[in-house]
Write a protein that binds this ligand. Structure first.
Ligand code: ARG
Length: 398
């Protein structure tokens, strides 16, 4: 094998993978690192890759693409896995896979590689890569090398690979759409997450004593402004994270069904995602007819499952996107939210496409004779059922 392209985030496993792939396969290793809003300086990641022997280190600012091509479609589709997880990690991996495959082609690599050992994340990267490049050879060193965590630490030490400052027992992944925290002592679903694990959200105890009102403007399903100030998606998501996080909004504590079937205790911090999903749903419910609202809700469950299960590059996801896009044409307007000590609720919503009409001013329901006929028909099946029941078994009915 001549050359391998490795998706590299700067983690310990990834760093060890640069050395391990070089030694194991006698190959040149080139790395590719994406900025998806994880708040880590990619210059440092590049320097580290080169210092560890990578022949080239590609660095890509993918934040705009992540926001517009992955986060926004998931927001518009209402994709919350098992009703709660906004899918931050799951949404970033099809993008990572796409860039990995592209750089693999540019580098004329014999294989691509990733340093993940996570069951869900590995499936997502590998499935996406194969959908984009059938037959691609994929190496997963952290799965193949058979080293324990301690052995990896020892392996790294010998090769001068920088060790993590404090070896946290949590596994943490972060990007623009939120922060995922797993394992360590929170694996026990009975144990309350310690306050120190939170970085993006204040505790409700420390949140301001006065509520904040925030107005989010939407244009065709895309959040475009905060309190009347226009913002591009990345900036909007980041600003909202600051405001909502300060008010302790965005913590999620749940037991989640993993792809492979196990249940896992998960803690997320996703201030912007929580707020934007709430606001989007509020506005959509103002403008979408009832049946369409029901349909979009059903599809949101399917969409979240698809994203979670690594099926981003599929005709099913594209088909749902098509339907969702039709609905978004009217999701324009403003939602007024109130943040207070961990609570976020919509207190106002308006849209030029609002289907809402107060009953007294609505011609049809003002006509008393129309109302009467409706009452008679609507109650008829209930009367029939009661009559029938008393005929069949009169004693059963009182
Ligand atoms: N449970 C979440 C998911 O499957 C979070 C995964 C976080 N990944 C990680 N390597 N820490 O999407």
């Amino acid at each position: 094998m001549n050359r391998i392209v490795l998706a590299y985030s700067g983690s310990l496993d990834g760093s060890a993978a640069i050395s391990w792939l070089t030694e194991q396969y006698g190959a040149q290793v080139a790395t590719v690192s994406l900025d998806v809003g994880q708040g880590r300086r990619l210059e440092d990641v590049r320097d580290r890759a080169l210092a560890l022997g990578a022949v080239r280190a590609h660095v890509i600012d993918a934040r705009d693409e992540f926001a517009s091509g992955f986060i926004l479609p998931a927001l518009q589709a209402g994709a919350l896995y098992e009703g709660r997880y906004p899918l931050a990690t799951a949404l970033s991996l099809p993008l990572v896979a796409r860039r990995l495959v592209e750089v693999g082609r540019i580098e004329k690599a014999d294989a691509i590689a990733h340093g993940s050992r996570h069951a869900n994340d590995s499936v997502r990267i590998e499935t996406a890569a194969r959908a984009l490049e059938p037959g691609v050879r994929i190496l997963a060193p952290a799965r193949e090398w058979g080293m324990t965590r301690d052995q990896v630490l020892a392996y790294a030490k010998v090769r001068g690979i920088p060790l993590p400052a404090a070896d946290s027992h949590y596994s943490i992944d972060m990007n623009l759409w939120g922060r995922s925290i797993e394992f360590g002592d929170i694996e026990d679903p009975w144990r309350e997450p310690p306050e120190e694990i939170y970085e993006l959200t204040k505790s409700p105890l420390e949140a301001p004593d006065t509520p904040a009102y925030v107005e989010i403007g939407f244009e065709q399903g895309v959040p475009v402004s905060i309190n009347g100030v226009a913002m591009a998606p990345v900036e909007l998501i980041q600003s909202l994270e600051t405001i909502a996080g300060a008010h302790a909004v965005g913590r999620i504590d749940m037991v989640e069904n993993w792809m492979v079937g196990i249940k896992s205790r998960e803690v997320y911090e996703a201030p912007s995602a929580v707020v934007l999903h709430l606001a989007h749903r509020e506005l959509q419910s103002l403008v979408a007819p009832r049946d369409l609202e029901r349909l979009t809700h059903d599809l949101s469950v399917r969409y979240a499952d698809l994203v979670y299960n690594g099926l981003w590059y599929t005709p099913t996801r594209e088909a749902i996107d098509g339907l969702v896009a039709t609905v978004q044409k009217r999701v324009t307007g403003t939602v007024r939210l109130k943040f207070f000590k961990g609570d976020c609720r919509a207190v106002g919503r308006k849209s030029p496409y609002a289907l809402h009409a107060p009953p007294p001013r609505d011609g049809v329901s003002q006509d008393p004779s129309a109302a009467e006929g409706y009452m008679r028909n609507w109650g008829l099946p209930l009367e029939t059922a009661t009559r029938l029941a008393s005929q069949i078994d009169p004693l059963d009915h009182d």
